[in-house]
Design a protein around this ligand. Structure first.
Ligand SMILES: C[S@@+](CC[C@H](N)C(=O)[O-])C[C@H]1O[C@@H](n2cnc3c(N)ncnc32)[C@H](O)[C@@H]1O
Length: 223
């Protein structure tokens, strides 16, 4: 039988458990957050300044990509034979597990992931250890605006944007010069950053881009 790192133990049963735990936890389960109106939530999600407070309230929640987006990440990283990946927004490391599994099946590589909540970094490190993939991952603790402004690989094959939505243009700006032609960018819930969507949908800016699946903007670096 043909198998992959994603679909075999230890990653597969671990991800199954993590997704089930994520299903059981939601932002509404946080008392302080449940009181916030839908409008205020949208404002916070789009704010370039209040994101620390917003995500701080949700520091005990995994907030992962969907199961489908997880598999999509694995497939895209395999297809572009990624060896260098950058991820904005680690949380508990569910997307990180998918991307690292692809790196393993591509023959190895380096995944830089960044998160400002120390407890989330600790959980993600444990999950990547339990998944047998921690050797492929460099965890950068702190605000991605700082942690991704230094020491990036010469060429990046895939970028996942899944931190504060309002910062997608700024994070893309930090990484852009290292994205190789043919690199893929997956931006989760990019509809919360119209500025980002407008930028990647303009070929003049060096991208081809389409909305893909339910929540994802998928872009290709063309020059
Ligand atoms: C939607 S969750 C990421 C989920 C993760 N990609 C997954 O699928 O498992 C977003 C995470 O980004 C973190 N975050 C938001 N803005 C950040 C920033 N500027 N720098 C570092 N981490 C940030 C939040 O604390 C939160 O844990």
């Amino acid at each position: 039988m043909t198998t992959t790192t994603l679909t075999a133990a230890p990653a597969a049963p671990l991800l199954d458990r993590l997704f089930k735990e994520a299903d059981a936890a939601s932002p509404a389960s946080i008392a302080a957050f449940a009181k916030v109106s839908a409008e205020e939530r949208t404002r916070l999600m789009r704010s370039k300044t209040d994101y620390v407070e917003f995500y701080g309230q949700m520091k005990d929640l995994p907030l992962p990509v969907s199961r489908e987006t997880g598999v999509l990440l694995y497939m895209l990283a395999r297809t572009c034979r990624a060896r260098t990946i950058v991820e904005f927004g680690t949380s508990f490391g569910i997307s990180t597990l998918h991307l690292a599994a692809a790196l393993r099946d591509n023959g190895g590589g380096r995944l830089i992931t960044t998160e400002f909540e120390p407890s989330k970094i600790a959980r993600a490190r444990k999950n990547l250890t339990d998944g047998g993939l921690v050797d492929l991952v460099e965890f950068r603790e702190g605000d991605a605006l700082e942690t991704l402004s230094v020491d990036l690989p010469e060429a990046i094959d895939l970028l996942l944007l899944d931190g504060a939505k309002a910062l997608y243009p700024e994070i893309l700006g930090l990484v852009e010069s290292r994205l190789r032609v043919g690199a893929l960018i997956v931006a989760d819930n990019a509809d919360h950053s119209p500025e980002y969507v407008a930028r990647v949908r303009s070929t003049a800016n060096g991208y081809l881009s389409v909305p893909f699946a339910e929540d994802v903007e998928l872009s290709l670096r063309i020059g």
